[in-house]
Design a protein around this ligand. Structure first.
Ligand code: PA5
Length: 445
């Protein structure tokens, strides 16, 4: 049977010795044991580990009933959230959607995001769009207190209430939040919104397979059962104490390379639809590992576009890079390059080949060039882009992240550093209780 996630580390040869790699593999197995027996740091946040195999049917059917309800008359769904409450849904919807979804096949609702920034222009322009559509909103926040989505939701809520009336607003808003805590939960209860729970033991960046991701993905028209099944298969595979366990293999090699001075890991994609998979991955690894002065810096490039902007640096700049390529074996579409009798552009050597053949040769050619230039290459291959394989990919990365962070000996499940900017922002905005901080900041920069 074809594997949903296949790792190939041949193009890391020469950058780490076999002995080093086996050492890191042994550390990865120890880290896996710690994750499995729940004895590591942050172990009250391990709910994501068996989420796929334990997803409650009632969650799926509640999601499906909202999809059915809104499909009748809603053509714009605004998903409000940031970080882990945004990137999972955005990445899956982008990966699975037609590239021109909003201009073609008008039977599916348009999905847009809000509260993932504080840009006034973005949100004012979103209101312009909302005025032309029949709007519903999914508001997502685990803490229920995050400023960016809370501000955006206040604006969206007020628009929906003014436009459709307060009673109808109750049908047009769904909240995904904590079971009992936070301002959003209080608001949802007061207004009578339908709600979904983000389990206590699942952190934001590990929540794509909870209603945080599942609801928007289903509303966008995709098969969340297949997504969960793909993840559930990977849950089994990533539990195995075998060197074929892809999570162990990936965590071991990236830490081995890190120990050799490779400080930056570039996630490379060759399909613009996967750009937000890279954004999701950056948050997952960056927020989980980047602490205590440690951690590979996660960055991303989308080739071949970025070969024409970042390719020079990757080939010849500072030799601190690793490339991790998420490669897709089969394209979902085929497009043959035609023969041109006149061959004025000199491209007849490509006639009869598919665009994907060209993309694959660009991928291989780049891998060899960058490897020869001093950039080790980890290949992560999935068979094709569909819900099942994406589910497997999400779970694989989550498990690899847990293993990798435990090799590094940091707590993968907290993010104390994220608070610093919030405190300053609250003080500067005059939030009650932050007066002394405001005085401290006065006159700085
Ligand atoms: O991974 C995390 O925990 C964060 O990225 C959060 O998801 C993000 O800060 C949003 O938080 P919340 O869902 O509480 O609004």
């Amino acid at each position: 049977m074809e594997r949903t996630v296949n790792i190939d580390i041949k193009a890391t040869a020469g950058f780490v010795s076999d002995a080093d790699l086996s050492w890191y593999e042994s550390l990865a197995f120890k880290a896996l044991d710690i994750l499995e027996d729940g004895s590591g740091r942050g172990s009250d946040f391990l709910g994501w580990m068996d989420l796929p195999s334990k997803t409650d049917e009632s969650i799926i059917s509640n999601i499906e009933s909202i999809v059915k309800d809104w499909r009748r008359d809603i053509n714009l769904i605004v998903v409000t959230g940031i970080g882990g409450s945004y990137l999972g849904a955005k990445s899956a919807i982008d990966a699975l959607s037609h590239s021109f979804r909003n201009n073609i096949g008008k039977d599916l609702p348009q999905i847009v995001f809000a509260g993932q920034n504080l840009s006034e222009e973005y949100h004012a322009e979103l209101l312009d769009l909302m005025k032309e559509r029949s709007v519903a909103c999914v508001v997502v926040s685990k803490s229920g207190t995050t400023t960016e989505p809370a501000v955006a939701f206040r604006i969206i809520k007020s628009y929906i209430e003014e436009t459709y009336g307060r009673a109808e607003a109750v049908r047009r808003v769904v909240a995904v939040t904590d079971e009992s805590r936070g301002a959003l939960k209080g608001l949802a209860d007061k207004e009578g919104y339908r709600t979904f729970v983000i389990p206590d033991n699942v952190g934001g960046r590990f929540s794509v397979l909870t209603p945080v991701g599942l609801l928007p993905i289903a509303l966008a028209g995709f098969d969340i059962r297949a997504l969960i099944n793909g993840a559930a298969g990977m849950e089994q595979i990533c539990r195995e104490r075998s060197s074929d366990n892809p999570a162990v293999k990936y965590a071991a090699i990236r830490n081995a390379l890190y120990s050799k001075g490779k400080k930056i890991e570039l996630l490379v994609t060759y399909n613009p639809k996967l750009q937000y998979i890279a954004e999701w991955w950056k948050q997952l690894f960056g927020e989980s590992e980047g602490k205590e002065g440690l951690g590979l810096f996660p960055a991303s490039v989308n080739f071949t576009a970025d070969l024409h902007s970042m390719g020079q640096y990757i080939q010849q700049g500072e030799r601190t890079l690793i490339e991790t390529v998420v490669s897709v074996k089969r394209s979902n579409r085929s497009l043959e390059i035609p023969l041109d009798e006149e061959n004025s552009d000199g491209l007849n050597f490509l006639a009869g080949k598919s665009m994907d053949d060209c993309n694959k040769m660009a991928e291989l050619g780049t891998k060899i060039a960058h490897y020869d230039g001093g950039v080790p290459n980890i290949l992560i291959e999935i068979p094709s882009i569909n819900e099942f394989n994406l589910g497997a990919l999400y779970y694989f990365f989550e498990k690899a992240c847990g293993v990798s962070a435990y090799i590094l000996n940091v707590n993968p499940f907290d993010q104390p550093g994220v608070e610093e900017y919030k405190v300053n922002m609250f003080a500067l905005l005059g939030k009650p209780g932050f007066e002394s901080k405001a005085n401290e900041l006065k006159g700085r920069f």
